[in-house]
Design a protein around this ligand. Sequence first.
Ligand code: PMP
Length: 450
Amino acid sequence: MKDSNFLKEKNARSLWHPMAHPADSQANPPTIITQAHGVRICDVDGHEVVDGVGGLWNVNLGFSCAPIKQAIADQLERLPYYSIFRGTSNDCVIELAEELRAFFAPDGLSRAFYTSGGSDSVETALRLARQYHKIRGEAGKVKFLSLKKGYHGTHFGGASVNGNANFRTAYEPLLPGCHHIPAPYTYRNPFNETDPERLAQLCLAALEDEIAFQGAGTIAAMIMEPVLGAGGVIPPHASFMPAVREICSRNNILLIADEVITAFGRTGGWTGSRHWGVKPDLMCTAKAITNGYFPFGAVMISDAVAEVFEGDETGKAAIGHGYTYSGHPVGAAAALACLAETRRLKVNENAAARGAELHAGLLALQEKYDVIGDVRGGHGLMCAVELVSDRASKTAIDKKSINRVQEETYRAGAMVRVSGPNIILSPPLVLTSDDVGTILTAMDKGFASL
Ligand code: PMP
């Protein structure tokens, strides 16, 4: 193994990182991870920590899931690749589609369209939504609605419905006809409303208002995360998503649940939509579908939407969309093994139990440290703490200080992720109470260093 400085030098010279300034890896060399096992990662200097990030919200079953590794190895031997564009299929993608159909049956979703990741899934759902209305003879329904603070990947469509300027401004002009509704973000919102239920009502009123303003006849779909993730873990009030569902149905607007993070147990429910008692028309999945071991995703499609496509006799339903790696057999094999392990281990139950411990521990840290302005979580293993330099004015903390908390937390035994003023936690769903304790103790030391 090359030493740390050698790798950092080469990294700075030859590699640009996603979501980073290209010059940043020279000034602040990244932590170089070389190994992982269970819920722990190890860097090139031999420092081992609990992974509070779970890869990137995707390694739900940890880093040592033998059945997935074996399935990948076996499939590489048997059929390492073949396309599933019109005219060919393979046993693995067929078996997976049947398993996904069973898994998502309670969500009313029965058909799968494969992708190679979350951004691809979002792009696919947006395109299918427009096509759905065209098949039905409502070609004017082309616009999209979404939530401010929402994250939907970085393709042009996804960036257009994205609710964070950081992922938009440099790439404008984006897709026309994308309109954003205030997010039910209790800590900061334009209404100054601190009660989650009343805030949900205000955001819903804004949604109705925007639909009336744009005209329901111009809108194809509303896309939302059941719990907003990358935007800072924002769980809406329980009344919110069911009401969005009702408003969409009333206006013939498709509801796309972006469950790239929330599907497969992270919220404590098997899907975020199910957690809130909602059946979406389309659902975007990726990430934990293969436990992060292979780039793969699936858009799940409801019976009602599927029937419109399948019942078309005009040719309008021919799908002019797909990726070389749509239905990659190795990804499908990984997903099959992952789904079996995910269900066998009932990771959603552990997510709910450990998530409650983590959330309670973060609330206790808030009592101790004024710098913690807000603690969000309470729905499985996705939590965030939002840091402020002053609690009364809610002034966001400076970058240097939050990075210091992250670095000291890492030194003390846990990897956590900084996103704007938030520290985000999305550990593997298989972690133990002891691991939760390790994360909280390390964060305590991180905050004490300020
Ligand atoms: N949608 C959501 C809700 C996400 O969280 C992400 C990734 N964090 C994406 C889409 C994009 O996924 P990917 O990075 O795999 O393209």
